[in-house]
Design a protein around this ligand. Sequence first.
Ligand SMILES: [Zn+2]
Length: 221
Amino acid sequence: MDLDTGSQNYQFAQVNRFPDMCPHCNTGIDVIDRQGYLKTGILQVVFFCPINSCSKIFIAIYHKMIVKNPLDPFQYSLHGTQPRRQPSGQSFDEIITKLSPEFVSIYKQSARAEEYGLNQVCGIGYRKSLEFLIKDYLVSKNPERREEILKKPLGQCIKDDISDTRIKNMAKLATWLGNDETHYIRKHEDMNIDDLKKLIEATRYWISMESTTSDYEDRLT
Ligand SMILES: [Zn+2]
């Protein structure tokens, strides 16, 4: 790679990889043009998105690698891009979006925190999103008990108020894992954020299915 070190001198630097997504259009790309600028161990490389409708420029930031193996050929490792890549935006079906817009909003913010590498806080966000999903779901089924449900601890709501066993089981497991994200001591060392996200996804899937099922049952009876 050509490097401009601040003067007109060019050097050669090796990087571990090129960005494979354009941060503007979120499309997988094979970068076509690059020019590097190196200063105090930070390598900035200008890339050009080859997608016609985008064609924008962005900068990839590389940090100098600590070489453990002298035979390792990579000197700079990709740290991120400027602008940052937008979270890919998980899609939420209409039932969930209508049922709990707050869940969708909190979940998306948590996903953004995760993409920014804020690992200490995104789990708390996912746990919070789960609480909104479950409580909005229960309030939609029992609007007359709204105040009671909102005040009640989440674990208790799941235990007492969810009758569908698939939703109940997934929500219970997700809450256990989610609580790990908020407490000093983890009870489930072998599980992580990805497990929590999968359980939340399963919970919302069964909520969505249950809602569709009961909707059609109501219409047909
Ligand atoms: Zn692009």
